[in-house]
Design a protein around this ligand. Structure first.
Ligand code: G4P
Length: 524
């Protein structure tokens, strides 16, 4: 059990769309031998041209079940990559997936720098101090100056960095990278044609060897730049990386398969094994004998004739076994699973056992909600699967009064899947749906109609943020509720939420009600 556990590395790759996440994922899988042909992952990707067509996106999402978890073996390790949907409309899915990883690789486009989606996702990682490695991609193109870019990463992502490799030129003049980690010069050849002789060991960069390989001018620039690197950035320290304080940075070009092996080789040495997970009751250690795990994602089948869903469970401790009774903690009953699935890029296989760090798919007919836990009997409730404030809100109206029951059921199930968040306004009981992307509203309307036979229309509603509110002072809470009745709602668990019309309205409410705490996630 202990060796199985020590072999696991479970991580996610995050980026702003188009920075190169899919390409990098694919190259990693090729190294691990999990796929043979380039393009295998890519064909599962949501096509850019289809962004306005939500049906196409849902269809692609169906295919992408297979890429939800991609496992491969590399140097005696079992590596699990959890796919984080890049499309901004599915940001909630990505946020939750990040609760199931032990570390992350952030891909940044050298020309575009830190983009909005990257910022949001890194913020989520930082909530749990998830260790992060940064990969700066597309060095074969002209981009920002490396020092400026690192400054930008530090400022916008609010992390300290330490470069473990350094580029020699970029774009047309890109010659390769010098690995500070392995003290090696890696020469660039386009189209993934890197060979063994392109790896040159140079422990002393003051010597001739560097000049011979990259030319005097570039060799001098590299020496100067490395001197600055060594004075400005801290020396790499694994403890600081593991505690999420400092992120090592690599440079490369994913599409050319350049710098990817260096990244992977360092990753397998420094990335954390499955980490302990916090439950409300206690900290759960992966070495514990008793099995436990939580559901972080639910994938519904789009085909109305097959209502089955797949619940994705991250194993936190002990060994999971097929056909064994486990406690579904929220429902308080035992369940066993005859077809638990594991995922090897594009291939699903039924498994007999799984270990901490692994993610398995459980066929579900509607028993699971995001955040549910399975154990051998202990009542554990895992923390760290919060809801974030949605960014877009609309009132939802029932347009077929005869189908209210179907509507209620449909809304409940879709919310359990985590498609969007539902709030009920205290003042008049009106229902409000909150999402991260516009497309989700179309998806919900379509699915309610086709899967539940319910029809809805939307009404615009301008809300800046939903904040969960709590207070130890009952009178202060009552005062806020009475004064701001039309801005108060309850989430699906009945927790009180303040719907702020603007950043200004939120600030005023916070000032006027100092004894009430305003929280930006549902977990506090
Ligand atoms: P994503 O998953 O983060 O959205 O990005 P993806 O890997 O799909 O990459 C986005 C585009 O960037 C792709 O081009 C891909 O080929 C390109 N790309 C990835 N890595 C590099 C790199 O190191 N250098 C350069 N120059 N380009 C890179 P595309 O035209 O959108 O798709 P395709 O037709 O090439 O497949």
């Amino acid at each position: 059990m202990l060796t199985e556990l020590q072999k696991r590395r479970t991580f996610g790759i995050i980026s702003h769309p188009d920075a190169g996440k899919t390409t990098l994922t694919e190259k990693l899988l090729l190294f691990g031998g999990a796929i043979q042909i380039a393009g295998a992952v890519k064909s599962n990707k949501i096509k850019k041209s289809a962004t306005s067509d939500f049906m196409e996106i849902e269809r692609q999402r169906g295919i992408s079940v297979a890429t939800s978890v991609m496992a491969f073996d590399y140097r005696d390790l079992k590596i699990n990559i959890l796919d984080t949907p890049g499309h901004e409309d599915f940001a909630e899915d990505t946020y939750r997936t990040l609760t199931a990883v032990d570390s992350a690789i952030v891909v940044i486009d050298v020309a575009k720098g830190v983009e909005t989606q990257t910022e949001k996702l890194v913020n989520v990682c930082r909530m749990r101090n998830t260790p992060i490695i940064v990969f700066i991609n597309k060095l074969d193109r002209e981009g920002k100056d490396a020092f400026d870019l690192l400054d930008e990463v530090e400022k916008k992502l609010n992390i300290r960095v330490t470069p473990l490799s350094w580029p020699i030129g970029m774009g047309q003049r890109f010659k390769g990278v010098y690995s500070l980690y392995e003290k090696k010069l890696v020469l660039f050849r386009p189209h993934g044609k890197q060979e063994e002789e392109d790896l040159i060991e140079i422990t002393d960069i003051t010597g001739d060897s560097l000049d011979k390989n990259v030319g005097k001018a570039d060799a001098d620039t590299l020496r100067e730049e490395l001197e600055i690197v060594q004075t400005v950035y801290p020396e790499f320290n694994r403890e600081q990386y593991l505690s999420g304080e400092v992120s090592p940075v690599f440079f490369g070009s994913a599409v050319n398969n350049f710098g990817v092996r260096e990244l992977l080789d360092c990753f397998v040495e420094i990335a954390p094994e499955p980490l302990p997970r916090s439950a409300e009751e206690r900290i759960v250690n992966p070495e514990e004998e008793q099995f436990s795990g939580f559901v972080f994602k639910i994938h519904a089948n789009m085909d109305p004739n097959h209502r089955d869903r797949i619940a994705f469970l991250r194993i936190c401790s002990g060994k999971f076994q097929r056909n064994t009774n486990y406690l579904h903690v929220r429902q308080g009953r035992k369940m066993k699973f005859s077809n638990p699935t594991s995922f090897m890029a594009a291939k699903k296989t039924v498994i007999d056992e799984a270990y901490p760090g692994d993610v398995i798919g459980l066929y579900d007919s509607g028993n699971f909600k995001i955040g549910d836990s399975l154990t051998e009997g202990e009542a554990l409730h895992f923390k760290g699967i919060p809801s974030f404030s949605p960014e877009l809100f609309r009132f939802v109206n029932n347009t077929d009064p005869l189908k209210s029951k179907q509507l209620a059921k449909g809304l409940e199930q879709l919310m359990d899947e985590g498609v969007a968040q539902l709030f009920t306004r205290e003042l008049d009981g009106r229902r409000i749906i909150g999402t991260v992307g516009n497309l989700q509203f179309d998806v919900i309307q379509y699915r309610l109609q086709h899967e539940y036979g319910a029809s809805v229309s939307y009404e615009p509603l301008f809300i800046h943020k939903a904040c969960w509110i709590t207070s130890s002072d009952e009178t202060a809470m009552k005062e806020l509720i009475n004064r701001r009745r039309k801005d108060i709602a309850r989430d699906k668990h009945g927790q009180l939420v303040f719907l702020a019309e603007s950043a200004w309205a939120l600030k005023i409410a916070q000032e006027n009600h100092p004894k009430v705490d305003f929280h930006f996630t549902s977990e506090f």
